[in-house]
Design a protein around this ligand. Structure first.
Ligand SMILES: Cc1cc2nc3c(=O)[nH]c(=O)nc-3n(C[C@H](O)[C@H](O)[C@H](O)COP(=O)(O)OP(=O)(O)OC[C@H]3O[C@@H](n4cnc5c(N)ncnc54)[C@H](O)[C@@H]3O)c2cc1C
Length: 475
């Protein structure tokens, strides 16, 4: 998320004072257990001869027969041709949905990483598909190049990010898969296909966001732009004001996003604009301390919404919290030390504010919510399964601490997102199935046909994908 900047830490001091207020019933609320039944960060126990895997949040887990890490494209193609098991490719395991779990093979392409080629004439660079966004951005910076945008963190692989429609914010900026110029795909038969807009237009449009369902991608050629610096301004402001001005502010800044701190009436806004001149540099983010403060506020005062809001409004600062400048890769992404579960829907921009007002009202009514929600803007592109392929979008993301319940995402919030024409992030929690997607995506059935042609025996299916595509699945 990124709400915390140094001065937001004053929430901790404010809470310290507030916590001294003698309110007897604090005890009852404070004793409440918010933990989610069955949560454990531990790897599953794998039977003898099998392996264990979990995702970043720990909610997805598997005990595959094999964790495979081929060392070259040739080895990978031979492995796919010869293994008797079903295969799921994995990146850094940062998806919340069940895209990766497999009881057959979980296949890692991290040996296929790093810069393979760079053409200074066109700015097109070729990277192994297992290269992380951080490695990519650092290498591009050495070359005086950059991606136009980045998501909140840069731990994800190129393949993982592109395959789920990973995005940053900025209403003129597309999601990351739109930078793809070409890629190499190993199919279920072990054949290697070089795919570009001209060589194979359908496979190109389907493969940019493919959920790893068409085969394993080994490398990407990506369009880069000259490296650039940004200036970031972070402000804490009343949510009502930000909602009034959100569209105008999104239009005024290269990158604009907003975080709302539930039950506080306070929003943190972040804008990034192109910057020339000497840079200030940036301090590491301290999100974890701010989140702890918000959690304490919930733990202590969640039962008294009016008191919680009052304390928050006096403990949280207002106005400019941060004004810094640096290279784009230093500012656009941060780290997320505190784990969470997340649901994010991409709504038509014209529906965004109306939906957001309902989501905020619903979240404020939940006494147990404390994790900030995040609002971003994304420009359209043309990939078949891109959530952004039917016009400009506003994304609304809600979060819950990793060890706390999040079933209310589905009962309270998903219906609001859906009523406003939202499409879910492929890598974040949702409950949609084939019929829902067929209604939302004009090319969804075309994707399914293309998938069947490339993978007639369902080698790249798992239960989650079989459900998404309405395919039979026998383990
Ligand atoms: C802390 C955190 C912050 C996040 N921030 C953002 C954000 O700002 N914006 C956003 O849009 N999303 C965000 N996400 C979601 C994340 O970017 C996506 O879920 C992304 O897919 C994760 O990439 P990964 O490398 O971990 O891939 P995984 O989650 O491991 O895999 C994702 C998909 O890619 C496929 N895949 C992986 N490798 C290959 C390959 N070689 N060939 C074919 N398919 C492959 C997998 O099969 C799977 O379907 C965030 C997630 C977390 C946990």
């Amino acid at each position: 998320m990124g709400v915390s900047r140094r001065r937001l830490l004053q929430v901790g001091a404010g809470l310290g004072v507030a916590a001294a207020i003698p309110v007897g019933q604090h005890v009852a609320w404070g004793m409440r257990d918010f933990e989610r039944d069955g949560y454990t960060p531990d790897y599953p126990d794998a039977p003898a001869g099998e392996e264990a895997w979990i995702n970043w949040s720990g909610a997805q887990r598997a005990t595959p027969m094999q964790l495979a890490s081929p060392q070259s494209e040739t080895d990978l193609a031979e492995f796919i041709r010869s293994t008797p098991y079903r295969i799921r490719p994995r990146g850094s395991g940062h998806s919340f949905t069940g895209l990766v779990p497999s009881e057959g093979v979980i296949l890692d392409v991290s040996y296929l990483s790093g810069l393979q080629a760079y053409d200074p004439e066109t700015g097109i660079a070729t990277f192994g598909a297992g290269t992380t966004l951080f490695q990519t951005a650092a290498k591009l910076q050495e070359l005086g190049r950059a991606f136009p945008n980045l998501p909140d963190i840069v731990d994800q692989t190129l393949a993982g990010s592109f395959s789920t429609g990973t995005h940053g914010t900025g209403e003129t900026l597309t999601a990351l898969h739109d930078y793809i110029h070409a890629f190499r795909l190993v199919t279920a038969s072990g054949d290697v296909i070089e795919v570009s807009r001209t060589s194979n237009p359908d496979l190109f449009a389907a493969g940019k966001v493919s959920l790893g369902a068409l085969g394993v991608i080994t490398s990407y050629s990506v369009q880069t732009i000259p490296a650039f610096n940004l200036r970031r301004i972070v402000k804490a402001e009343p949510i009502d004001l930000v909602l009034e001005e959100l569209e105008a502010r999104a239009a005024a800044h290269r990158n604009f996003e907003m975080f709302y701190l539930p039950s506080t009436g306070v929003a943190a806004t972040l804008s990034h604009d192109l910057y020339e001149g000497d840079v200030t540099g940036v301090q590491p983010s301290e999100d974890d301390e701010t989140l702890e403060g918000l959690k304490t506020l919930r733990d202590q005062f969640g039962w008294w919404p009016w008191l919680r809001r009052k304390i928050a409004s006096s403990a949280l600062p207002s106005g400019v919290l941060e004004d810094v400048s640096d290279a784009s890769m230093e500012l656009l992404a941060t780290t997320r030390p505190i784990k969470f579960n997340e649901m994010e829907f991409h709504l038509p921009k014209s529906e965004g504010i109306a939906a957001l007002r309902k989501v905020i009202a619903k979240m404020d009514a939940r006494k147990d919510a404390f994790f900030p929600m995040e609002i971003r803007l994304i420009a359209p592109d043309d990939a078949w399964l891109s959530p952004f392929n039917d016009g400009p979008k506003m994304s609304i993301a809600i979060h819950a601490a990793v060890d706390e319940r999040f079933d209310y995402f589905f009962s309270d919030f998903e219906p609001i997102f859906r009523a406003h024409g939202g499409r879910p992030h492929w890598g974040k929690w949702h409950s949609l199935k084939r019929d829902d997607f067929a209604q939302l995506y004009p090319r969804f059935e075309d994707f399914i046909s293309l998938r069947r042609d490339l993978d007639p025996d369902g080698k790249f299916l798992n239960p989650h994908l079989a459900e998404l595509f309405g395919e039979p699945f026998n383990a």
